[in-house]
Design a protein around this ligand. Structure first.
Ligand code: PRP
Length: 217
């Protein structure tokens, strides 16, 4: 029997995902130990967990290197991957927002050409150019996005806001909300045909666990 491969996003999302897998009776104790290992096998259940960078989860699933993945909806919106989105897990909640110095509030409209630093060029372009009709120049960064307006690299940023702490500690504010984000369970399209029963068994147990959490999620 082929292993079902599950891709998890290293970090906080993996911790929350592991909690869910344990709740549905899958032992993940090895994965909770501090280790640099990237693959964890559960021979008894025919499962394999792989730990990948958050932005790579959807890639592993789309190409079939993983059958199932748990990934933030920010990555799915940004990359528009060809896969099945099966469950809104309700955790990993945050939002994508436009942020910057409070003084920028009045410049976020029509005719102004502004510079936007972001890890999410598609989300930023879609929001400013297609939804607001505002011309922008995008500066693609890979991290520490909040730094960009502080050193004159950009006017504003488009980034994830979770607690708001990073913005506050850097003297920036949310100027406009773009979209709410949460973790999603995704499935490879071919796996869904070839391993339908085993995948739907896992998916339905996870759905039940998430539903049972209700407002606690
Ligand atoms: C994310 C995001 C913000 C921060 C938001 O960064 O890009 O910087 O978290 O969280 P907060 O609202 O709770 O402060 P991440 O930690 O992923 O680091 P990086 O993007 O700088 O690599």
């Amino acid at each position: 029997m082929k292993d079902i491969v599950i891709a998890l996003a290293k970090g906080r999302l993996a911790e929350l995902s592991i909690e869910v897998f344990e709740k549905i009776g899958i032992d993940c104790s090895q994965m909770k130990e501090k280790t640099r290992k990237l693959i964890f096998e559960n021979e008894e259940l025919g499962l394999k967990f792989i730990m990948v960078k958050a932005t790579d989860v959807a890639t592993y699933v789309e190409y079939g290197a993983a059958d199932i993945g748990i990934v933030g909806s920010d990555v799915l919106i940004e990359e528009g991957r060809n896969l099945y989105e099966m469950v809104n897990l309700g955790f990993g909640k945050c939002k994508v927002a436009v942020a910057g110095p409070a003084s920028m509030a009045g410049r976020l409209s029509g005719g102004n050409n502004i510079r936007v630093a972001t890890k999410y060029p598609h989300i930023a372009r879609d929001y400013f150019e297609f939804k607001k009709g505002q011309t922008i120049e995008i500066i693609k960064l890979n991290g520490s996005i909040e730094l960009a307006p502080l050193v004159g690299l950009s006017d504003v940023i488009v980034d994830i806001v979770e607690s708001g702490k990073t913005l506050a500690e850097n003297g920036l504010v949310v100027l406009e909300d773009i979209t709410d984000i949460s973790a999603r369970l995704v499935v490879n399209r071919v796996s869904m045909k070839m391993e339908k029963e085993r995948i739907l068994d896992i998916v339905s147990k996870i759905k039940a666990e998430i539903a049972a959490r209700g407002d606690r999620a």
